[in-house]
Design a protein around this ligand. Sequence first.
Ligand code: TYD
Length: 211
Amino acid sequence: MHGVFITFEGVEGSGKSTQAERLVRHLTELGVDCFLSREPGGTEIGEQIRKILLDPANRSMDALTELFLYLASRNQHVREKILPALKEGRVVVLDRYAESSAAYQGRGRELGEKLVSRLNKLATAALRPDFTILVDVPVQVGRERKEQSELDRLEIERVEFHERVRDGYLRIARRAPKRIKVLDGTKPAAELEVEICRLVEEVLRRKGTLH
Ligand code: TYD
């Protein structure tokens, strides 16, 4: 028996975290054994790494250091939590996963998609999501949704950085149109929720998790 692995991706303020929570609530109501986790984080070690990554005081962090820390958090998460849950046949929903590194470090930090892809493969034991939802919003729209006084180390980056991230995401999605579904994050949240639930239910039916 093998579970189903769903991931959410998007730029800051896209609303993906809210949508991920709502999806898990909906699936639980349907009687599906699922749980929500996030990256960076998701394990005790990962949550400690997350603090280092998001602390605005760590302004001098080198781009490769940053990539390794995201990958370290992911590696721990995959081996400690995600793979065992999938082996038990559970549905795992993640708020961010490998495509975040491809978009933020590969494109945003310009480390290159090839390098990030190679290292992602190592850190994930080559585990790919069954389905990925990319909640796409224009960078300005996302930024306006964020509280300016509480921005983390990545959020305080220049607009151009976030434009590259968005562009990176859209390029990745174009290369894997079957797995990655791009949805319009400027739609009302309730409308988006219905769309996401319908798409994921379809995936779960195909996989035999939902009848
Ligand atoms: P988080 O508070 O989870 O952001 P959001 O609410 O926008 O999801 O912080 C995660 C930050 O880390 C976010 O700015 C994106 C960034 N990130 C990367 O740069 N690379 C990665 O691999 C991951 C997982 C996240």
